[in-house]
Design a binder for this molecule. Structure first.
Ligand SMILES: [Zn+2]
Length: 172
């Protein structure tokens, strides 16, 4: 999504809960955490927040990520789309790469995922890659990131869990 989509949704959420809309600096901080979410999910996430919460959530980005996860579960078309799998050395044909990087904000390592830039296998999971980070293995390694083989992730129990994790920071 773009910043304007985010701003207008958050403004509506804060007005719904009768709270003062945060300043643009705060909105920018939050936006950087959730910009990977495609704008098609925004109406769903707005309803998710205003229907499910009794009051304004304290951690706005986290709530948006939870809403995005529910959107994917309710829209299996987004994750179950069948595309022919092509061999790829970057991602082992998964279309998604998990890696560990240094978090700019906190200066500590964080695990996250991106869409593989070396193949089109991501189409098996997503309609489009708008808003997602897209890297090849070489680009990640050049940035000093450690690439983790899919099978070495004990936290990832299924392909769906991996898909849900794209763009999210994983504790480890
Ligand atoms: Zn690939």
């Amino acid at each position: 999504m773009e910043l304007t989509h985010f701003d207008s949704m958050i403004t509506r959420v804060f007005k719904y809960f009768n709270r003062k809309v945060p300043d643009s600096q705060q909105l920018n901080l939050w936006f950087n955490k959730v910009k990977f979410i495609p704008k098609t999910a925004i109406p769903y996430i707005y309803e998710f927040i205003t229907d499910k919460a009794d009051s304004l959530p304290s951690n706005i980005p986290q709530k948006l990520k939870t809403g995005w996860g529910c959107y994917l579960r309710d829209n299996p078309r987004m994750i179950a789309r069948v595309h022919e799998k092509t061999p790829c050395n970057d991602c082992s044909g998964k279309g998604i790469i998990r890696y560990r990087q240094l978090d700019e904000l906190y200066g500590k390592p964080a695990e996250t995922t991106c869409i593989c830039g070396g193949c089109h296998n991501w189409k098996r999971h997503f309609d489009d890659k708008e808003g997602f980070a897209v890297f090849t293995r070489r680009q990640l390694e050049n940035q000093g990131c450690a690439i983790w083989p899919y099978s070495d992730y004990p936290a990832v129990t299924s392909k769906k869990a991996l898909v849900d994790s794209v763009g999210m920071e994983m504790p480890f």
